[in-house]
Design a protein around this ligand. Structure first.
Ligand code: ADE
Ligand code: ZN
Length: 343
């Protein structure tokens, strides 16, 4: 077996994939047509996922959100992304989604979450994949809107919805703006993560850990600018959910070979890999592993460790994590023995 086949085959957890960023281009164009969402000039229906920068990307991401309105739309997009994930050996996903983008066009929280749960159930019975959801706050909106969103989550509990997150552009929107939302989530037993140090200073990671009570960090690359904080995160085993393809393009001059992920691993940070917004960045769950092998020089033992780090980073109960660590490492070790070049 060659290395790429090995990377497609190894069992994976997925902790950093956005539902709206996972909508196939054809599905987006079809749903936009169904609900009368006009594609602005510059968005090509033949290739809508083409943009000059993060803001262009976020505009299209927001349009995708506005195009998903009915319970069955949510079922469909959830099912489609979980089908793709299962094809790439993802067994368990904690998936981010953006309720506030749907509120903008009058979609009720319950309509969206119940459609998503329909999709999770259908995908689990058809492909065996398990999934839980994380409601992300759009940090570019007013903090009060974030608080209102978390209140919807609290008022409509669903066992498949297990935590909150924070996304959209980090520059100019530091995490402390959302402290009330995170306190509310914590009081109601919700888990917490946040996009941080994707495009902001190291202290944002510190704020997320100390003030927001985050249990893991999405991205985290620019934490490398603070040696003491890197040491602390390494010592405490903070899990970072890193996305090579999307962020190389957005922030690091498309230079995968010099992506900070390489340095994060070298400096002892506990990283796992994921694909962020797969069709929107023309990637998929295995491809982000493959580019990490091809451009960053990681080998089979590194990927084995990244998968185990991912299991540690999940919000599953400890006995399940222990069991998966044991069973999956045996499976991966067996796959390693089948590699053309040996272990
Ligand atoms: N929402 C979806 N993908 C994102 C990313 N990479 N950064 C910020 N917000 C996002
Ligand atoms: Zn993301």
């Amino acid at each position: 077996m060659d290395l790429h086949s090995f990377l497609r085959a190894i069992p994976k957890v997925s902790l950093h994939c956005h539902l709206e960023g996972s909508v196939r281009a054809e599905t987006f164009v079809e749903l936009a047509g169904k609900h009368g969402v006009e594609l602005p000039e510059g968005v090509d229906p033949e290739d809508p996922y083409d943009y000059p920068d993060i803001y262009g990307f976020l505009n299209v991401y927001n349009l995708v959100g506005q195009s998903v309105r009915e319970r069955d739309d949510f079922r469909r997009i959830t099912y489609e992304t979980l089908q793709e994930a299962a094809e790439h050996s993802v067994r368990y996903r904690e998936m981010l989604w953006s309720p506030m983008d749907h509120f903008q066009v009058g979609v009720a929280y319950e309509t969206a979450i119940d459609g998503i749960i329909d999709g999770i159930r259908d995908a689990q019975s058809d492909f065996g994949i398990e999934c839980r959801m994380i409601a992300d706050i759009n940090r570019m909106q007013a903090p009060e809107a974030g608080l209102e969103m978390v209140q919807h989550v609290v008022d409509n509990p669903r066992e498949d919805l297990i935590g909150i997150g924070l996304d959209y552009a980090e520059a100019d929107y530091p995490p402390e703006r959302l402290w009330k939302s995170y306190r509310l989530a914590e009081r109601h037993g919700l888990h917490r993560t946040a996009h941080s140090c994707e495009d902001g200073p190291p202290r944002n990671v510190e704020t997320c850990l100390e003030l927001l009570g985050c249990e893991r960090i999405d991205h985290g690359y620019l934490v490398l600018g603070d040696d003491d904080l890197v040491q602390r995160c390494a010592d405490e085993g903070v899990v970072f959910t890193c996305c090579p393809v999307s962020t190389a393009w957005v922030y690091f001059d498309d230079d995968l070979a010099n992506h900070p992920i390489k340095d994060m691993a070298a400096r002892g940070l506990k990283i796992m890999l994921d694909c962020d917004d797969p069709p929107m960045f023309k990637t998929n769950p295995s491809n982000d592993y493959i580019v990490a092998a091809d451009y960053m020089g990681f080998g089979p033992a590194d990927f084995r460790q990244f998968v185990l780090n991912g299991i540690d980073g999940t919000w599953l109960d400890e006995p399940t994590k222990r069991r998966w660590r044991l069973e999956w490492s045996r499976e991966i070790d067996e796959l390693i023995t089948q590699l053309d070049d040996g272990p």
